[in-house]
Write a protein that binds this ligand. Sequence first.
Ligand code: ITT
Length: 192
Amino acid sequence: MKTLVVASKNKGKIKEFKRLLSDFSLLIKGQPENLEVKETGNTFSENARLKALSVSRYSNEIALADDSGLCVESLDGAPGIFSSRYANSDFERISRLLKDLEGCSNRRAFFSCALCIASPIGEILVEVEGRCDGLIVNKPRGKNGFGYDPIFEVLGTQLTFSEMSSYQKEVKSHRTDAFNKLVPELKKIFNF
Ligand code: ITT
């Protein structure tokens, strides 16, 4: 079986990729535990590229990386590429964001996701981006998902990602939007 390394240490993302990749007969491996990649890029795409290249070289396998985050209109796009560095835990990140938005009536936000597949010889095989629009709610709602899911209500659904089933989130999410654009190239890369 052909191998694909998912270049991420985020358990929530890895779970979603396992679902998205379940139609392909690929052996999915996780990022080597001892490898730390510095996210020094200025965009989601630059960071996805850095992660894919570094993990692919290190593991000597084809690697798929995801750099994603939440961009809030009233905060000029913050936390954006700093979404994971905004605070030390999901709980603290959510608390900080709700505090930063206190008294703010414009709650518009979007999730962005950049995906990149790289080969061990340093080739970028595919790069795509996806997006999901929504609103930041006043209080966390729901139990599912990860990260900022409890405070992100998907436009037109009245549900936060955390109130959705895995399937419902998959239909709407920024990760799926990007992944769908990646599929034709993924098929070529692995000769499916
Ligand atoms: P890796 O770099 O190892 O993949 P990470 O969590 O550091 O893990 P990022 O740098 O891409 O990943 O940061 C993404 C941040 O945005 C992180 O805080 C996530 O929790 C959040 N995020 C991304 N996608 C999300 C989603 O679908 N739902 C909720 N939060 C999400």
